[in-house]
Design a protein around this ligand. Sequence first.
Ligand SMILES: [Mn+2]
Length: 405
Amino acid sequence: MERINKKVAVLFAFIPIVIVFAQDFTPSVFDRPSVPIPMNTADPSYDLWSQLRDDSGDPVREPGPFYPGTRSGALTFFNLPMAANPEDLIAGEVDVAILGATIDMGVGMRGARYGPNAIRGSITAGGGNLPHMHTGIAWKQELKVVDYGNAPIDRFSTERSMPMVRELVREIASTGAIPLIIGGDHSLEYPDVAAVADIYGKENVGVIHFDAHYDAATEGYGGHLISHAQPIALLIEEGHILGENYIQVGLRGYWPGEDGFEWMRENNFRYHTMAEIERDGWDAVMERILAEANDGPEYLYVSFDIDVLDPAYTPGTGTPVSGGLTPREMFPLIRALCTENNLVGFELVELNPLVDPGYTTVLNSSALVQECLTGIAMRKSGISDGGYLNPLTVEDAIPDPPSLN
Ligand SMILES: [Mn+2]
C-alpha cells in the first residue's frame, strides 16, 4: 500500500514539470508578436464588398434621379427618388443626397448597421410633402433630395471601411449637394468630416457635435485609432478640422473626465455640457450655440449622435445615458442651425433598431432629420431667421383680452 502511494506521489510530482514543458512548446496567441494578422489579398472575395456600387452592368439610362421600380413598395429614404453617381446629382440639380452607412463594428454591438433601412422603412406623417406646421415649409417642395444608396462597408473592419465612406461623401460634396449620412456608428464622423474638409478646405468647416459622450479617445480601445469613441481625436490630430472650429453639446455622465476637458481646452474647443444647460436653462445655451455657429468659419457640419437625447426618447442606441435633452428642445435648434448656416453636411449616427422595441428611436430620428431638411428648405426659400414661425400657426384671429396685454 505504501509503495503504491509512493508511486502515485512520484507521478504527481511530475505533473507541474509536464505543464511547464507543455506551456513552453504549445503555441499560444500570446506568444505571437503583437502585430495584426495579415490579410489574404489573394482571396477572390478580398475586395468584393467594395464593389457594392459598381453599376457598370446596369442598363444604360439618362443621368438624373430615378425611382427603383414603382413609386410604392421599394423603400427609399422618405420615398425619395434614388441617385447612383455624381452625374445623377448634377443632372438633377440635387440639393441633398442621403447616404446610408451600415457600419457597427465601431460600437462593438450589433444593430446600428440596420439604422439606414429603419429610417427608410419609417412612416412619417407628412413625409415632407405637407408643410411643417411651425414654419409652413414643405421641404420636398423646396428641395431636390435623393436617396444615394449605401456606402460599401467591410463588415469585419471599421478601418478598411473608412476610405470608401470618405470617397463617397466627397463624391456627393464635390457636386455641391449636401451629404446627409445615416449611420451606422459614430466612427463615421471621421471619414464624413474628412471628406467635407477635402472639398471645402480644412480651415473653412466648423463642426457642431451633439452627443452624451466625448468621442475623442486617443487610447483605451485595444490599440484601435478609430471606433465610435475616437473620431474626433483622429480628425484633430490629422488636422482635418481645427479645435477652435469644434463645438460639443450635451456631454454628461462620466466621460470625458478631467483629462478630456483639459484636452478640449488645450485644443480651443467650445463645449456645452448638460451641467451648463441645467444651470442656465436650455434657451440661454441654445442662443450661445447659435451665436457660436455664426461666429465660426464659413461652412458648418452637424454630427448628431442620437444618444444626446434622453433614453426616454431614444432607447434604441448602443450606449444610452440618462438625463439627456428632449426632442422639443432639440428640434428648434437643429432647424435654426440648418437655416442660419451654410450647411455642408449632416450625419445621424448610433441608431440601433434592434434595441428599439417601440420604434420610438426610429420615429424621433426620422423627425430630427426632417427638422434639418426643413431648415435647409427655409434657407433656400429666403428665410434667414432660424427661429421663424408661421404667423398662421402661432396667432389666432381673435384679439387677446385686455388682461393679457
Ligand atoms: Mn458618439
